[in-house]
Ligand binder design. Structure first.
Ligand code: ADP
Ligand code: MG
Length: 322
């Protein structure tokens, strides 16, 4: 199968949507953002063997490749316009392409983000997606902007995907409930919540590398610290039942959560709870921004220092550290 036939068969589903003037098939796609809105652009690259396993479920990979990019739009308070897909394939594996493009397409349709173009070449299995979105001019919610005294919030639950990954990599561990498998394989970008938080949040980021590391970016930008109440962290029941070290490691530096972490004034609490309710996404207050160096103090329910189990390793996942 040639390159053009492959694109026509697997990556040329109907492309329409607000903002799309022309989709795949020409020299460029043409997009027309809403007048007075800023274009939001984000790229992610996924390399087989590093970010996913070739042998894994290709439909889940298709979903996740787009979902994690959409999560970046969500964290800006942006809405999707479309995306491009650059694909390197070692060979034409039709069953794989069928499943991959199916998962990708279902995610694209679920979140209203059409595929508007891309590039296809032979090479080691690698995907690179660029999502294009839009946000009212000047209103994109940045990592920068947190203030001492802000509450710190997180959406959904955290640590579940990390626990599922541990179970998958270590056969001596018990299997995890299916909703945690789902959290790992099929994260749902918090686009609706992100848009509702746009006028409320002072700073926002999506939690992809672990809460500890990603909140660290907000703190570094604010030159402020944080106090996090460990028992308030919203973790799934299966993780709550784990030993404290696994619990804390998964919840604070596990990664792959794709939840939103944001700060806001204490006066906005009722508004934030209402926003969560409006889009059926739980939101939990987990601590506060405090004056001082960009460090996180972990405390227990009564505000005493939280004693980390000895041997606990906490860090944001860094691709160049290993
Ligand atoms: P060019 O030579 O201008 O780079 P290509 O021959 O690479 O164009 O691609 C032809 C058309 O197919 C373009 O519109 C391009 O955006 C689209 N395309 C190529 N690969 C993909 C892909 N993996 N997914 C979606 N569209 C693709
Ligand atoms: Mg090309």
């Amino acid at each position: 199968m040639g390159e053009f036939e492959l694109i026509a068969r697997y990556f040329s589903w109907p492309c329409a949507g607000p903002g799309i003037v022309l989709g795949t098939g020409d020299d460029c796609a043409l997009l027309r953002p809403t007048p007075g809105w800023d274009l939001a652009v984000s790229t992610d690259m996924l390399v087989a063997g590093r970010h996913f396993l070739k042998e894994g479920d290709a439909a889940a990979l298709g979903h996740k490749a787009l979902a994690v990019n959409l999560s970046d739009l969500a964290a800006m308070g942006a809405r999707p316009l479309g995306f491009t897909l650059a694909l390197a394939l070692p060979a034409v594996d039709e069953p794989w392409l069928e499943r991959f493009s199916g998962g990708l397409r279902r995610c694209a349709e679920a979140y209203g983000c059409p595929l508007v173009g891309g590039d296809t070449t032979r090479g080691p299995l690698t995907l690179s997606l660029t999502v294009l979105g839009e946000v009212p001019a000047g209103e994109g919610v940045r990592r920068q902007g947190a203030r001492a005294g802000d509450d710190i919030w997180v959406s959904g639950t955290i640590g579940g995907a990390a626990l599922a990954l541990r179970a998958r990599l270590d056969p001596s561990r018990p299997p995890v409930p299916s909703e945690l498998e789902r959290a790992l394989d099929r994260p749902e970008p918090r686009l609706a919540l992100g848009a509702l938080l746009r006028p409320i949040a002072h700073a926002m980021i999506d939690v992809s590398d672990g809460l500890f590391g990603d909140l660290g970016h907000i703190l570094a930008a604010a030159r402020a610290g944080a106090r996090i109440v460990v028992p308030d962290l919203p973790v799934p029941p299966a993780l709550k039942a784990e030993d404290p070290q696994v619990l804390v490691e998964c919840a604070l530096s596990g990664g792959d959560d794709y939840e939103l972490c944001f700060t806001a004034a204490p006066g906005a609490r009722a508004q934030i709870v209402a926003a969560g309710r409006a889009c059926a996404t739980p939101v939990t207050r987990i601590g506060a921004v405090v004056e001082g160096p960009a460090a996180v103090a972990l405390v227990d329910a009564v505000g005493n220092p939280f004693a980390l189990p000895s041997g606990t390793r906490l860090s944001g996942y860094d691709h160049f550290s290993a």
